[in-house]
Write a protein that binds this ligand. Structure first.
Ligand code: UD1
Length: 416
């Protein structure tokens, strides 16, 4: 097992390059299933979750080659099962369900269990596939879906679900007739996937809004695409600069995707200046306390909640952070308290009282974004922080130790 060790208190200074978005890469790699030629994807981040989806695709008979770009050819697709071993390590494995059903008219995908941040059901994915005419059964821990043909339908999501919208959009591309997704997720990653599907020849309108219309086509062809930058990784580095009174330039981020995060960072007193090759982020003292409520895009992203909470630990007042997307996404709180944070949970809100400083401590990562928050806390704390169970961080942050250390952080990975 590896650990991350941080000696806190260093100002971060320099430039950091943001990687491709994990949450765009996963559905886009899965979308290759819909085609038979070679697809070439650039700016694919080198992450554990991306490795998992590649393994999953290879298990389905898909060819995956990688040099600088990732090349995928699903001509040999000959299996329709996503096994529990892979699904249990990454819930987003469920993203192969829609494309498998569209291409092979059959899919068997292990049902993801609950996870550290909540129950996270996939009922909306399954209801949507049933509305397209699939017979969906749950047997022995697996979702088994089958259809003679998929037929366009109007599907209303009770909650805007990101991977649910993506799964249904992919399934509908090859269905007969028109599918309308209502109350669809508007996340930039959904739009990036729609752009790839359109390059493949799909007829999609309204992506990025709450109503997406897909007119089915007979077949899709392979394509090339560059994955959008990761807005959550960019936001995490911006908090790192803010919390260490640093001065960094964040390159390769798409500011159009970051309005809610920019607005909250600015409200907290962090200076953000747009420059043509990136965003300059200057942390100033005092950090102002602000309230945050997570919401589906374009609201404040739940994937930035834990990181902002750490920033608020250093603010000059009390902030209320409300988590409305997931029911149990405060696992980082108890670890932050061990570092001296003053945080109280009331239902789905965390009341964070700014303190004069945190102290480094041994802590344990519980999920991906919680791990990022512990790294941020360690960077700004006095003394040594040792973070264990860091495999969570490798799921979603490419070379984070190297990137932070290039900015002047005293951080290293060690084997136990
Ligand atoms: C995606 C992101 C994840 C992010 C989340 C919310 C990927 C690979 N992951 O996860 O990083 O935190 O969006 O922005 O893109 N729900 C149901 N039934 C369903 C589906 C969802 O009740 O069938 C609920 C969930 O429990 C949750 C809410 O809907 O409360 C939103 O979840 P959803 O958007 O589906 O999250 P994911 O797509 O799993």
């Amino acid at each position: 097992m590896e650990k991350i060790i941080i000696n806190g208190g260093k100002r971060l200074i320099g430039e950091v390059e943001i990687s491709g978005a994990k949450n765009a890469a996963l559905p886009i790699l899965a979308a290759s299933i819909l085609t038979e030629g070679w697809n070439t994807f650039s700016n694919v981040p080198n992450l554990r979750d991306v490795e998992t989806i590649k393994k999953l695709l290879i298990g389905l008979g898909v060819k995956v080659e990688e040099e600088k770009d990732v090349r995928i050819n699903a001509a040999g697709l000959n299996n329709y099962e996503a096994p529990y071993d892979l699904v249990k390590t990454m819930r987003a494995s469920v993203l192969v369900l829609g494309p498998l059903l569209a291409r092979l008219k059959k899919a068997k995908v292990a049902l993801p269990g609950g996870c550290a941040i909540g129950a996270r059901p996939i009922n909306l994915h399954l209801n949507g596939l049933a509305a397209l005419g699939a017979k969906v059964d749950l047997k022995h821990g697996y979702v088994e879906a089958e259809a003679k043909s998929l037929k366009g339908a109007t599907i209303f999501f009770d909650i805007p679900t990101v991977t649910g919208t993506e799964n249904l959009m992919m399934a509908a591309t090859l269905a007969d007739g028109v599918t309308t997704l209502e109350n669809a997720a508007c996340e930039p990653e959904v739009v990036d996937l729609a752009n790839v599907l359109k390059k493949m020849g799909a007829d999609i309108r309204g992506e990025g809004t709450e109503v997406i219309t897909i007119e089915g086509v007979k077949e899709l062809k392979s394509t090339n695409h560059t994955i959008i930058p990761d807005r959550i990784e960019a936001g995490t580095f911006m908090v790192a600069a803010g919390i260490t009174a640093g001065d960094i330039k964040v390159r390769n981020c798409n500011i159009a995707h970051m309005d809610a995060v920019f607005s909250k960072l600015t409200e907290a007193g962090i200076k953000l200046t747009y420059e043509n090759d990136g965003v300059r982020v200057i942390g100033t003292k005092p950090i102002r306390s602000i309230d945050i409520k997570t919401l589906p895009y374009p609201g404040f992203p739940t994937d930035m909640q834990a990181q902002m909470m750490v920033l608020m630990c250093f603010a000059n007042g009390t902030s209320i952070i409300s988590e409305t997307v997931f029911e149990n996404r405060f696992m980082h709180v108890s670890e932050l308290r061990r570092m001296g944070a003053d945080i109280r949970i009331e239902g789905r809100s965390a009341i964070v009282k700014g303190v004069s400083g945190l102290n480094g401590a041994p802590v344990m990562a519980t999920d991906l974004r919680a791990s990022a928050s512990l790294i941020l806390a360690g960077l700004a704390s006095e003394g040594k922080t040792e973070i264990s169970r860091i495999y969570h961080i490798d799921r979603g942050y490419e070379r984070i130790v190297e990137k932070l250390s290039n900015l002047g952080a005293d951080i290293k990975r060690v084997r136990d």
